[in-house]
Ligand binder design. Structure first.
Ligand SMILES: NC(=O)CC[C@H](N)C(=O)O
Length: 815
């Protein structure tokens, strides 16, 4: 603990909390401070949390709501510099840009939304979304004709503004609005209260964007009624070219920014003044106006010039824009003076990644074929994979394990799509909570998704001990998915857990009639959907087919006879946490009576000397009393040691793992695993075992195949030098590796069921396809081995393994 908190070691989760509270821009800057902070800030879950927390717009905070973006060519590259525009506080003087974004080639900035800049290109089918705070970019398909297109037509000074609206059922509809002005080209679409506002230049004075002249009226198109009106230009006190003017919406008002060399002047038109009291219908050359809630219209002539002047005269003076404020330009490098620039509002700095849009990129990929029926699914799959791919690249560039690869034709590299998931297991009031807490945070920093799985002892009264409460808190705060299992015979959720379950993504596993019901319990709580959501795989996942599973759960409830299998290990179940306080003699006598009452005995794998003696005694009991026995890995090695000690009468026989100096080493370190010189490692992974005795029980259980593939994880092996001695005395080696040197399966033929295997059958055992050896142990333990062996002989369809060639009988091998 002391080590964790001393010096500059403030726990990482505390930094996490502090940074969550800091303003976005400070957080973004803080990622330069240390790798630890950068880790936190780049964590997607941190960004999402931060965004949610800072999402409520602060209307007084005009600075962060408004951006001045200047675009210019720098060394042949188009660069956008983003400045905070201090509209509310004109006192702000020089500002450095908050970021610079290299415009994607051929693209220009078209709008700003929440925390993102949106780049589009007339010639390309994608739009590019960029978060200027983090610098992340993402290409998305563009909606068809989204937004307002401006098009000049003919040489006459008549312009058509083309508006697109989404009709109720008929898709996009195009609305041409002919008018006599030239729309200012520098400014993006401005929408104020459902009306599209366009700034125009007076064609009489400047026909070209670079001409300096008088401003034209403001044109307002009402999207709902599809009408448009024009409003008188203000006397801005200056002439300007397109480049010097920009319109935008700020807090429901239409604003105009006009730039001089050193300052920007702002003009505003309050939204209530954008009323529909008089307008000009350019199609019919009719002036329309309203008096006392009545509408009138009058034909005003045939020339555009005439209607323009009439329209201007009819407008009330209050509709003219009024002076608002002026600010000094940010201190700008010389190149900014003659660049394209715009004011964008509705911007909230955010740490969110543009990847949050990625799952929506589905419909409009122009380069996809039409008419393929499987297309929607394939497209969704591709989208999800693309998303996973980019996320993967960003989150965990070096991770290689547990991933599926796909060859990328163009780059020749292998893309990996799978997200790493870390499952943490907790037990009740674990003493190592702090360590757990820190580990989870670290895992999250490394871009892993975290699942916490805890086992909580709850008293049958539903009491909620402090450990449970702590565990809940940890589970709620940290992992993305929490699974809580309740121990202690609780058949329903207890209060505390119900409370925790209200928090998203915490799922409770209470006692059910059989283990097959556990996934069903999770399904009922929609845990599957939550997991898919966290992994962003919702779009590719299909409805699970649980029919077979449910049938098995139901079948299990009809079974009533119990087979008692004693598992002899040193980690003894739920009471493990309290093992140290258990009284040794009591524990011993309880274990011994359990063992004697067992129908079968399983000695699993393990490492280290503790408990070995007890395992040998259990094995001896099984061998001498014809109790079905299965020894796995260490279990098999100890069966060999037991046989050497008690049958071969070599009292100091042992594995060199436990007694390096034994005179009778019957289990020895494997040559390739020797750790002399520190090169030692495990023999692990899937390896082949060849049956040497075709009529052995294990060979029959596997369907009388010639060989099997199972997975290994060990350093020691049966000493090949003593194999003959064992076989001469009744312990048969029935399976070896291809060299015949490594003993992989032993059996005692004249025992009901005594099998030891060097591999781990549990690794490949599946609920719907349990390992043949487990089936054998249980069948033998309830007196049904013969039937099972017969079934195995009849039913087995060898798949990867070949049928056994008839091998020489055991006696031929020197029995
Ligand atoms: N997985 C195991 O059971 C390992 C057994 C033994 N300790 C070995 O290393 O060989």
């Amino acid at each position: 603990m002391a080590a964790v908190f001393c010096g500059d070691m403030i726990p990482v989760e505390l930094w996490w909390e502090i940074l969550l509270r800091a303003p976005t821009k400070d957080v973004a800057r803080s990622s330069c401070v240390s790798t630890q902070w950068r880790g936190i800030v780049s964590d997607p879950s941190f960004r999402k949390l931060h965004h949610d927390r800072h999402a409520v717009p602060n209307l007084n905070d005009g600075i962060s709501d408004t951006l001045l973006v200047a675009t210019s060519d720098v060394d042949g590259e188009s660069v956008s510099s983003v400045f905070p525009a201090a509209l509310v506080s004109p006192a702000v003087t020089g500002q450095a840009p908050i970021c610079r974004v290299n415009n994607p080639y051929g693209y220009s900035l078209t709008n700003v939304c929440n925390g993102f800049l949106c780049f589009a290109s007339w010639s390309r089918a994608k739009v590019i979304v960029c978060n200027p705070v983090t610098g992340e970019k993402l290409a998305l398909p563009r909606a068809p004709h989204l937004g307002l297109e401006k098009r000049r037509r003919y040489s006459r000074p008549v312009t058509f503004a083309l508006g697109y609206t989404l009709a109720a059922a008929g898709g996009w509809r195009q609305h041409p609005f002919p008018h006599p002005y030239r729309v200012v080209q520098n400014t993006p679409t401005i929408v104020v209260g459902g009306k599209i506002c366009m700034l125009t230049a007076n064609p009489a004075s400047h026909q070209h964007p670079n001409d300096v002249g008088k401003p034209g009226p403001v044109m307002v198109v009402d999207v709902a009624s599809e009408e448009y009106r024009t409003y008188n230009p203000a006397d801005y006190g200056c002439l300007w070219a397109d480049m010097a003017v920009s319109g935008f919406e700020l807090h429901g008002r239409l604003c105009l920014a006009i730039r001089s060399d050193t300052e920007i002047h702002f003009w505003k038109m309050p939204v209530e003044e954008i009323s529909m009291r008089a307008w000009l219908d350019g199609d019919t050359h009719t002036l329309c106006y309203g008096v006392d809630n009545k509408l009138y219209s009058r034909y005003v002539g045939t020339t555009m010039t005439m209607t323009t002047s009439l329209a201007a005269r009819c407008l009330s003076p209050t509709e003219v824009m009024s002076w608002d404020c002026k600010i000094r330009l940010p201190t700008t490098p010389p190149w900014l003076v003659s660049c394209n620039w715009n004011i964008y509002t509705g911007y909230r700095p955010s740490l969110l990644s543009p990847l949050t849009f990625a799952s929506q990129q589905d419909n409009n990929d122009d380069d996809e074929d039409e008419g393929d029926e499987s297309r929607p699914f394939v497209r969704r799959l591709l989208c999800a994979l693309r998303h996973q791919k980019s996320q993967k690249r960003r989150m965990s560039p070096t991770s290689t394990d547990h991933t599926n690869g796909k060859r990328n034709e163009r780059s020749g590299t292998t893309d990996r799509y799978t997200t790493r998931v870390k499952v943490h297991k907790l037990i009740g009031a674990s003493r190592d909570m702090l360590a757990y807490y820190l580990t989870v945070v670290r895992q999250k920093q490394q871009g892993r998704r975290v699942v916490a799985q805890s086992l909580i002892s709850v008293s049958s009264s539903g009491e909620n001990p402090p450990g449970v409460r702590r565990s809940h808190r940890r589970q709620i705060n940290l992992p993305e998915i929490g699974l809580q299992a309740l121990a202690g015979g609780i058949r329903q959720r207890v209060d505390a857990v119900i409370r925790a379950a209200h928090v998203a993504n915490i799922f409770t596993l209470y006692d059910v009639s059989n283990i097959w019901r556990v996934p069903l319990l999770l399904r009922d709580q929609k845990a599957d959907q939550a997991i898919l959501k966290v992994l962003n795989l919702e779009s590719v996942a299909e409805e699970p087919n649980l029919e077979e599973w449910m049938a098995r759960a139901d079948l299990y409830d009809t079974l009533h006879e119990t087979v008692r299998i004693a598992m002899v290990g040193k980690y003894t179940g739920v009471s493990d946490t309290y093992l140290s306080v258990m009284k040794a003699p009591d524990a011993y006598s309880t274990a011994w009576s359990l063992l004697r009452g067992a129908d079968g005995i399983l000695v699993p794998g393990g490492f280290g000397e503790r408990g070995v003696e007890g395992k040998i005694l259990a094995t001896k009991h099984a061998r001498e009393n014809d109790v079905p026995f299965l020894g796995i890995c260490l279990g098999m090695q100890l069966a060999v040691v037991e046989f050497a000690c008690h049958v071969l009468k070599l009292p100091d026989a042992n594995s060199t793992e436990f007694d390096a100096k034994t005179e009778n080493p019957c289990v020895i370190i494997m040559p390739e695993c020797s750790n002399e010189g520190k090169g030692g490692t495990m023999r692990r992974g899937s390896k082949r075992t060849f049956f040497k005795v075709a009529n052995s029980k294990s060979a029959k259980l596997y369907g009388s195949v010639n060989h099997i593939d199972e997975r290994f994880r060990h350093r020691y092996q049966v000493n090949p030098n003593v194999v003959q001695l064992f076989e001469n005395n009744g312990l048969q080696v029935v399976g070896t590796d291809k060299t015949g040197e490594i003993v992989q399966i032993v059996e005692i033929p004249n025992h009901r069921f005594f099998v030891g295997v060097q591999f781990h059958p549990e690794f490949m055992s599946r609920p719907s396809k349990p390992s043949a050896l487990f089936v054998g142990l249980i069948a033998a333990s309830c007196g049904q081995l013969d039937g099972v062996l017969q079934d195995a002989a009849c039913n087995h369809e060898p798949q990867q393994n070949q049928r056994a060639e008839k091998r020489p009988a055991a006696s031929d091998l020197g029995d």
